[in-house]
Write a protein that binds this ligand. Structure first.
Ligand code: ZN
Ligand code: ZN
Length: 258
């Protein structure tokens, strides 16, 4: 806790630096954990990728700073000025609203990601903003936050803006951030952790896991979504799952043994 008479600018600076530190720690903890699991279940998958992983970590640390700065400022404004629609009292809204608020935020994030991501694949924007992320060929669990700073900025502002618009309990915001972290890492780690029964199920047809995002990194011009296949299907940009990953699992796209 900062002393009450800390100048606002200094307080914002400190809170932003601390939040950026947390984002960086979260990155190391989550990407490191799944890299360790990868080494156990797919030994050698990241062999020879030391240079790529070093690059991914450097971009991700810059991204952590860009993500942490607005998040820290908004957190301070919530704490000191009561701004935002964040709440802590579970009875402030009906209980059904708790999961609903998570879904609203995930859908908003997915929508923003789909359209900004698709725009970044325009050749002019791609070179400037998005080539860094696609430099990882194929991606690893360390690719999750490997973005050019301008791309990071497009992602970093969404949640801080969203909490001003969508009422959300602080614990549910924690759920949203956990989903974002886990899916961001596992969608890049090069193998499918979800059971085949889920990936090849009607629900799996609408959600994005590693098998789907890997295809984006193979083919570029398709599979732009983040969590759901809704926009990809609606806009005709869904090209199904990565053949390599489906073959690895021994099952065809429809879940039939191959
Ligand atoms: Zn990616
Ligand atoms: Zn892309």
């Amino acid at each position: 806790m900062l002393p009450a008479d800390t100048p606002v600018l200094l307080a914002l600076l400190i809170v932003s630096a601390v939040t950026s530190g947390f984002v960086a720690l979260r990155y190391f903890a989550s990407s490191g954990l799944f890299a360790w699991i990868t080494q156990r279940v797919r030994p050698g998958l990241y062999d020879g990728k030391e240079r790529q992983i070093g690059r991914e970590i450097r971009w991700s640390l810059i991204a952590a700073f860009i993500y942490g700065t607005p998040a820290g400022m908004v957190f301070w404004a919530w704490n000191h000025l009561g701004w935002t629609q964040l709440y802590t009292d579970f009875s402030a809204y009906p209980l059904w609203y708790l999961p609903a608020s998570v879904l609203i935020c995930l859908f908003a994030q997915d929508t923003w990601f789909y359209w900004s991501h698709r725009a970044m694949h325009h050749p002019k924007l791609f070179r400037v903003m998005h080539a860094v992320h696609h430099d990882s060929r194929p991606p690893t669990s360390w690719t999750a936050m490997s973005f050019h700073p301008i791309e990071s900025l497009t992602g970093a502002l969404l949640i801080p803006v969203l909490v001003f618009v969508v009422p959300i309990h602080i614990a549910m915001l924690g759920v949203v951030l956990t989903v974002a972290t886990v899916m961001g890492v596992t969608n890049h780690m090069g193998w499918e952790m979800f059971p085949r029964a889920l990936v090849h199920s009607p629900l799996g047809n609408w959600m994005i896991t590693a098998s789907h995002h890997e295809k984006h990194h193979e083919r570029y011009g398709c599979n732009f979504g983040l969590y759901f296949r809704f926009w990809d299907r609606l806009c005709g940009t869904d090209r199904g799952l990565s053949k390599r990953m489906v073959e690895q699992s021994g099952y065809g796209e429809k879940g039939v043994r191959i």
